[in-house]
Design a protein around this ligand. Structure first.
Ligand code: NAI
Ligand code: MG
Length: 342
């Protein structure tokens, strides 16, 4: 029995998570989902809390989690994301955000030169610190004197454990991306931890780029990148760029994970896409690949690869949603993937 919390969330979250769970059941019949489908914007609007302490305890009792997306046009309070996704990331100490991306099919790359399209890289984003810790405040809000402060927090422990994960996972090289020239205190801590991890892994090549140069290099020639390690904010942005280079928001998956406890919360990179909700055109691939990543994180690589190769085959055959050039609906595209499982 493999106990997994399932949190579909809002918008297209439930549509794509249903399909991901169905696909997961096909390759892993021992999966025992604990469905928490009441964690959503309706509940936040009604009660001010979306994820209760009891919900958190239920998630904690599982071995991993499959997450859809949270976000609703009716909710303007940024406390909602903090209440759900950031709470899970921080309180379960899911300190690595592991975002592998591989070009699914040549036609999906926005790059002109075919020789430079073969992206297969991984963004390792520090997931519990940085600019997203919520340390700061506002003075005289709503006036012309409004002063806003968000503090970037990096700790030696936090950076070095993310760095260790990046080096341990690298096949060829690790590229540190930062803005140490303009943000020197955080920058020097990151560079020190990078140097220490590099010394522990002499077989891994190293590279350093400032984040502004890194985005240009990623578009010019993404084939040069293997593992990219970055802080919470830079990693968030860089992995959306790599997602677009691999086929867009409909295909990219991520794992929020604690490599020590083994707990992984896997989710698509995309949000709740309110404009697509109910149209049947949301691409289920990102959610399905999140299920594959959950298997990977549980050490079940073979079953994960079964899902990934089924996805690649359907995308190659144009049995996919309109964002990937097909004409299928969410449910049809997901059922094509399940038919392609071998
Ligand atoms: P989004 O990822 O929902 O949408 C961005 C663009 O990608 C839109 O054009 C959308 O149509 C397209 N897209 C997204 N998923 C797709 C899919 N499966 N298939 C095809 N196209 C897809 O990001 P946006 O619009 O910035 O945010 C919408 C809501 O989602 C907001 O409330 C935001 O806060 C929330 N959000 C939640 C995240 C999470 O739960 N991890 C992550 C990002 C945003
Ligand atoms: Mg993002």
């Amino acid at each position: 029995m493999w106990r997994i919390a399932v949190i579909p969330g809002d918008g297209i979250g439930p549509e794509v998570t249903t399909e991901a769970l169905r696909t997961l059941r096909e390759v892993a019949p021992d999966v025992e989902p604990d469905l928490l489908d009441h964690i959503n914007a309706d509940r936040f609007l009604a009660s001010g809390t979306a994820l209760s302490d009891q919900d958190f305890a239920r998630v904690q009792r599982c071995e991993g989690a499959l997450f859809g997306a949270v976000g609703d046009p009716r909710v303007t309070d940024p406390g909602y994301a903090r209440d759900v996704l950031l709470r899970l990331r921080f309180d379960l100490d899911l300190y690595v955000n592991h975002r592998p991306t591989r070009l699914l099919h040549d036609r999906l790359s926005p790059l002109r030169d075919p020789a430079r399209r073969a992206l297969d890289c991984m963004v390792v984003r520090e997931n519990t610190e940085g600019l997203y810790v919520g340390v700061g405040g506002a003075v005289r809000p709503g006036t012309v004197h409004e002063t806003a402060i968000d503090t970037e927090v990096s700790t030696y422990r936090g950076v070095s454990r993310a760095m260790e994960f990046a080096f341990a996972r690298a096949a060829r090289s690790v590229c540190l991306v930062d803005k140490a020239n303009a943000v020197p205190h955080n920058g020097s801590l990151w560079q020190r931890c990078f140097g220490e991890a590099a010394a522990r892994h002499p077989e891994v090549a190293t590279r350093h780029l400032y984040v502004d140069a890194a985005v240009m290099e990623l578009v010019r020639d993404p084939t040069e990148f293997d593992v990219i390690v970055a802080n919470n904010a830079h990693g968030d942005v860089l992995s959306d760029l790599t997602a677009q280079l691999a086929g867009g928001p409909g295909i990219a998956a991520s794992a929020n994970l604690n490599p020590r406890t083994g707990f992984a919360l896997c989710e698509p990179l995309h949000g709740s896409a309110p404009g697509l909700t109910g149209t049947g055109s949301a691409n289920p691939v990102a959610a399905v690949l999140s299920a594959a990543l959950l298997l990977d994180c549980a050490g079940r690589t073979e079953e994960a690869e079964t899902i990934r190769s089924a996805v690649r085959r359907t995308v190659a055959d144009l049995r996919c949603t309109p964002d990937l050039g097909g004409t299928l609906t969410t449910a049809q595209a997901a059922s094509a993937i399940r038919q392609a499982l071998v």
